[in-house]
Write a protein that binds this ligand. Structure first.
Ligand code: PEP
Ligand code: MG
Length: 842
């Protein structure tokens, strides 16, 4: 007799059996819990992963003894039981044990048609999933005696042997095929993509079939107790008469609803007792399994059997609501609720979303740069967007790329789509700041602004005025209007985030430039403004004119006059920000961009400007050319401008201090933080500080009022990070601007890198786009050096990050470990950051 190594034991699933998810898989463990709840689970046997591995390796087990547990001539099913349900697994096989004799018995009991259908389904499943025969030969046949005979013949022809009649042989083949399927390369890759470890284990569960066919009430279905899209408590599911397994979910035409309603007879009408039992069991299941479960059940001649239970599939919004409701019911702790919600999922909830259940007619794809969905008519210019908004018509602004002068157009648009640009391109940054759904770098799209049309990846042409939908969450551009879900900023959302605030240990501020941004920051409960980019306040018409006059001023006197016109507007900006933030810290960055950004780029624009300034066109053009730089991002911007034309910073400091005094006069209090951009040398800070202090002294004297303020430095150049020790002598705080710091560390243009970033990431040159995910090895090291050197000079130096990375969970983790005081991110990322910070503290 052949000798086998002793095989690991299989175990009948009973309340006291030693079944663990790690060894037997989640399904076996879940069934044990259902059994412990006294649910009518058919007899089930669990094959642990160690045994399944032996089966895959070709070791034979004693199949007859497994069958023996199920009585005389049983019909059984085999279901996969991986350690984690998300890892998938081979398909379930039902009705093992079916053969000629069993078929004849079923004909007696349930009639020819039902018996034929059952046998046919088994032959089909076995042929395709176990014998691996061509599905085309077996699937798609309507059940009938003829179809059954044809399937048996096809099997015999292909396999050159009759369909196996011996239940033990059937079981052994099923188990071996399922065990081997798990070891296959594609299954391995698939589950590893879902985070499964190399040695992920599969258990198998053998279960007695509950038939679902019979003379009395018979059938099968699923029931769950929450809505999968909203998470609201609601009984949903389907039930199909004379059926097995999850057939009710496939044969939707004949399937019945569970609860009483106008759509026709329901399970509640037909079998109220069973419905009641199921509802009760659902409640018990939720409490014991600490999760919203979908229960799979079968009714055989009026007798209920619970076959299985799986975690309810859910949208992000449902996931959040379920977690909060479970914590509120005392079933899980608040901390556990926090950990059950993935921070990135929150971004989806802040905006209208394209309904995942609706149809999607995708014609182009790009980088999902700012989440949310928006439908509107195509416009190709900011002027078009403003006109559309004036008519009350939502529009999608479509451009090759956006520039600062598109701000107003973006404000007017419902969504933005650009052909070029990466995750920190202008459109992406502004889109996130405004909470505007945005797709950038849709390079498979051809935009022809002159002809006012776009051509999709599939060749379809859309013209100005055509309706499209931008899905900024997935990066897909859809033809026509799509079904939308509203934002989900409800009580559950706020409650979860208040729990997050109670546990997190790093501050979260927002980058906010305008009163509207500041209001959003407050609504999302940011702890202050970490970066106000003041140049964004200059793109309004009145200021733009004054700014241009300032740029064209011939003498300091004329320049001062132009700035004096901007001063009250800036003061009013700051008063509004301070008021909205109600005493929370507000960090104002002094003017940063190159001056030529304020000049028109087209000939028509130049002519208009010449008229407005009453200067010759030639002079305007000459001045604009003189300001043009070969590499403006490395040119006269940031503090360099502040050193060369100090009057601009003087005006801003004066506006900040006067606003501070005005707030105090209204009974409020604020200690403004003034931040100097693009510093690379200590002397720059000394020069600006001297002037800002002088302005403060002048304002104090002029207004006879005292106030406090803090002066800090934005670390955006590698040199500033390296010299942070020096710089900190004059700075109360350092905020790392990782957009420019990444640009300068890599020598990579933040506006142009999108063109080759995909190739770089695909070829593994960069693990990720470093403008998107902080490069901890390079840029991160500069952050650590800057933080360490800065704090060595000034122990209480406040440290933060305010680049686009500030809202990413990975960067928050990095900053927290480095002892930073806070991160600052777009207002719409604040909720995500609050939750991510809480996860890190738990
Ligand atoms: C940065 O460089 O990281 C930053 C926040 O400033 P900006 O994006 O305005 O250059
Ligand atoms: Mg910068």
């Amino acid at each position: 007799m052949q000798k086998f190594d002793p095989l690991p034991d299989f175990a009948e699933i009973t309340p006291s059996a030693a079944i663990a998810a790690q060894t037997h898989g989640w399904r076996a463990k879940c069934l044990q819990r259902l059994i412990r709840l006294d649910m009518p689970v058919p007899r089930s046997v669990s094959l642990p992963a160690s045994l399944v591995r032996c089966i895959a390796a070709g070791q034979a087990m004693d199949y007859a003894s497994v069958l023996h547990l199920f009585g005389e001539r049983p019909l059984i099913s085999v279901r996969p039981s991986p350690a984690n349900p998300d890892w998938g697994g081979p398909s379930t096989v039902l009705n093992i044990g079916m053969n000629g004799a069993r078929h004849a018995e079923l004909v007696e009991r349930h009639g020819q048609a039902a018996a034929d259908a059952l046998y046919l389904r088994f032959v089909q499943g076995y042929a395709v999933h176990v014998a691996r025969l061509d599905p085309d030969m077996f699937e798609g046949r309507e059940p009938s005696g003829e179809a059954l005979r044809a399937a048996l013949r096809a099997y015999a022809d292909e396999m050159e042997e009759p369909f196996p009649e011996d239940p033990a042989r059937q079981l052994s083949e099923v188990l071996r095929s399922m065990a081997r399927a798990w070891e296959g390369t594609s299954a391995r890759l698939l589950r590893q993509a879902k985070g499964a470890p190399e040695d992920a284990a599969l258990g198998l569960v053998v279960q007695a079939m509950a038939q679902g066919i019979g003379q009395g009430i018979s059938g099968s279905g699923v029931i769950q107790f929450v809505d999968p899209v909203t998470g609201e408590p609601q009984i949903t599911g389907r039930w199909l008469r004379q059926a097995q397994d999850r057939a009710a979910l496939r044969d939707t035409d004949e399937a019945l609803y569970l609860t009483r309603d106008a759509r026709g007879p329901s399970l509640q009408d037909i079998a109220p007792g069973i419905f009641e039992t199921l509802s009760r069991q659902g409640t018990a299941c939720r409490a014991k399994l600490r999760e919203e479960m979908q229960i799979e059940f079968t009714i055989e001649d009026g007798r209920l059997a619970v076959i299985d239970a799986v975690r309810v599939q859910r949208s992000s919004r449902a996931g959040l609501r379920i977690a909060v409701d479970l914590a509120d019911a005392g079933i899980i702790t608040r901390n556990e609720a926090l950990l059950r919600v993935e921070p990135r999922a929150l971004s989806e909830l802040l905006h209208p979303q394209v309904d995942p259940r609706g149809p999607r007619d995708v014609f182009a794809r790009g980088i999902a740069a700012s989440p949310g969905g928006a439908t509107g008519r195509i416009v190709f210019s900011s002027a078009g967007a403003q006109a559309s908004a004036a008519r009350g018509e939502p529009c999608i602004l479509v451009k090759r790329e956006t520039a600062p002068e598109d701000i107003r157009g973006m404000h007017s648009a419902a969504g933005v789509l650009t052909e070029r640009g990466g995750i920190t391109s202008h459109a992406a940054v502004i889109g996130r700041g405004l909470g505007l759904p945005c797709i950038v770098g849709a390079s498979d799209l051809r935009i022809d602004p002159r002809e006012r049309r776009i051509t999709g990846a599939d060749g379809r042409v859309f013209r100005e005025g055509d309706i499209v939908t931008v899905d900024g969450t997935t990066g897909e551009v859809l033809a026509g209007a799509a079904d939308m879900l509203p934002p989900a900023l409800d009580g559950h959302f706020r409650k979860l985030l208040s729990w997050a605030d109670a546990v997190r240990d790093i501050g979260i501020r927002a980058n906010a430039d305008t009163p509207a941004d500041a209001q959003t920051a407050r609504d999302f409960e940011a702890q202050g403004i970490g970066l106000c980019r003041t140049e964004h306040m200059f793109f309004e018409d009145a200021r733009l004119v004054a700014m241009r006059e300032m740029i064209f001023a011939d003498s300091p006197k004329d320049r001062a006059a132009a700035l004096a016109r901007i001063l009250p507007m800036q003061r009013n900006d700051f008063v509004q920000l301070f008021e909205i933030m109600e005493g929370l810290p507000v960090c104002i960055r002094l003017f940063d961009p190159p001056l030529h950004e304020f000049l028109p780029h087209s000939r028509d624009g130049m002519r208009e400007l010449a008229e407005a300034l009453d200067r010759p066109l030639s002079e305007v053009t000459r001045r604009a050319e003189a300001l043009t730089e070969f590499n403006p991002m490395l040119g006269m911007r940031g503090v360099r401008l502040g050193i060369v034309l100090p009057e601009i910073y003087d005006m801003q400091a004066q506006a900040i201090f006067e606003a501070t005094i005005e707030i105090a006069a209204r009974g409020g209090s604020v200690v403004p933080e003034i931040m100097i951009p693009l510093v690379s040398a200590k002397r720059e800070v000394e020069l600006v500080k001297t002037r800002v202090d002088a302005v403060a002294a002048k304002v104090r004297t002029a207004k006879s009022r005292d106030f406090d303020y803090k002066l800090g430095v934005m670390v955006e150049t590698p040199r500033a990070a390296l010299r942070a020790g020096d710089i900190a002598q004059h700075a109360a705080f350092l905020s790392f601007g990782t957009n420019d710091l990444t640009q300068m560390t890599y020598g990579l243009s933040r506006d142009d890198a999108g063109r080759f970033m995909n190739t770089y990431v695909q070829q593994g040159v960069f693990p990720e786009d470093p403008f998107h995910i902080l490069d901890v090895d390079g840029v991160g090291e500069l952050l650590l050096i800057g933080a360490e050197r800065g704090r060595r000079t000034r122990e209480k130096l406040v440290l933060s990050i305010c680049g686009e990375h500030g809202g990413n969970p990975e960067s928050i983790s990095f900053c927290r470990k480095a002892g930073f005081d806070y991160v600052s991110c777009s207002p719409y990322r604040v909720p995500l950051a609050r939750l991510a910070a809480a996860h890190l503290a738990l």
